[in-house]
Write a protein that binds this ligand. Structure first.
Ligand SMILES: NC(=O)C1=CN([C@@H]2O[C@H](COP(=O)(O)OP(=O)(O)OC[C@H]3O[C@@H](n4cnc5c(N)ncnc54)[C@H](OP(=O)(O)O)[C@@H]3O)[C@@H](O)[C@H]2O)[C@@H](O)CC1
Ligand SMILES: Nc1ncnc2c1ncn2[C@@H]1O[C@H](COP(=O)(O)OP(=O)(O)O)[C@@H](O)[C@H]1O
Length: 282
């Protein structure tokens, strides 16, 4: 029987964003720990952290190489550098998995052992399955193929491109985690059989760094919904679909602000507050 994919819409997204209340403080709203970026890709860290702040979060802690930390703090001085207690992790964007230092691997393993929800992207995708915390992986097509083949689940780019939803579903089942497979159509599913689909409202999204922005949005949503996730790990699937929806709408807003013209990844991060505000006003 064909899998039914539920189209994630504005009302679904609205149900998964939240504004702070009178009795909130920065800690109760949720803290996101971020291990992203590298000497080769410092921008990925800046993009993810910026997007997390713009999605609305209590605090972001960033852990990474000194030069990357400097870039992150120059762009987002509200970021706190170094370790501390967090309610969710974003790991791997802007990291080459073949060039991880022992120090970096230690930081990643420390995060994975924490037990709080984890978003695994790019250079941390191969660590899936080394921990038990609620997890969503955010590969693009090539990354999914690499991951599946490394787990002895043979697949080719052509096969996955021909039926991305089915491969996302299979990956979720085999790997035992939620999967967000990126593309013009983004498929989000989990081993429990939740299937969400988000169609991008603009193809200007197909530009460098927009996946890093998505990671930041999703990390922030996971951290701010930590209470709900503690009681219902499957909620991560809906938060992932919401992140993809918000990212798409932010790209559309950023493009519309320029007459329907192109957007760069940081423009999308900067447009996220408008999307969240409109959802909350909804
Ligand atoms: N600002 C930042 O810091 C950014 C940082 N980023 C970070 O970069 C990391 C790697 O992410 P990624 O998705 O690019 O890596 P990956 O899946 O290995 O794809 C490589 C494939 O692309 C292909 N390819 C390359 N050039 C090509 C060309 N001219 N024309 C056609 N094909 C070309 C290449 O093919 P090949 O050259 O091997 O034939 C290979 O198949 C990741 O950590 C991410 O977070 C990004 O988010 C960007 C912004
Ligand atoms: N043709 C397209 N139309 C709309 N959105 C796209 C298209 N191609 C990719 N995307 C979206 O753009 C983002 C690209 O992410 P990713 O491949 O990780 O790039 P990067 O690593 O450069 O950030 C994803 O959110 C994906 O869903």
């Amino acid at each position: 029987m064909a899998t039914e994919w539920r189209t994630w819409n504005v009302d679904d997204a609205r149900a998964h964003v939240r504004a702070p209340l009178a009795d909130d403080d920065k800690y109760s709203r949720g803290v996101l720990g971020v291990v992203t970026g590298s000497v080769e890709f410092p921008g990925a860290a800046v993009l993810g952290v910026s997007a997390a702040h713009r999605t609305g979060i209590g605090l972001v802690r960033y852990i990474g190489p000194r030069n990357v930390r400097r870039e992150v703090l120059a762009r987002r001085p509200e970021t706190v550098a170094g370790r501390g207690r967090v309610q969710a992790w974003l790991l791997g964007s802007g990291i080459d998995p073949t060039r991880r230092s022992f120090l970096l691997l230690g930081d990643l393993q420390h995060a994975l052992a924490d037990g709080v929800p984890v978003v695994l992207d790019a250079g941390a995708l191969d660590l899936v399955g080394t921990h038990t915390a609620p997890t969503v992986i955010t590969p693009h097509l090539r990354e999914l193929v690499r991951l599946l083949n490394a787990r002895e689940i043979p697949s080719t780019i052509e096969e996955v491109r021909a039926d991305p939803g089915e491969w996302a579903r299979r990956a979720a089942g085999e790997l035992g985690v939620a999967v967000l497979l990126k593309g013009a159509t983004t498929y989000v599913c989990d081993p429990s059989g939740n299937h969400r689909v988000v169609t991008a409202p603009t193809h200007w999204l197909a530009t460098a760094g927009t996946g890093d922005v998505l990671g930041g949005i999703l990390g922030a949503l996971a951290a701010t919904h930590h209470g709900e996730l503690a009681g219902d790990a499957e909620a991560l699937t809906d938060l992932a679909a919401t992140a993809a929806w918000v990212q798409g709408e932010a790209a559309l807003r950023a493009s519309t602000a320029n007459g329907g013209g192109p957007v760069a990844a940081l423009d999308i991060a900067e447009a996220v507050p408008g999307v969240v505000g409109a959802l909350l006003a909804g």
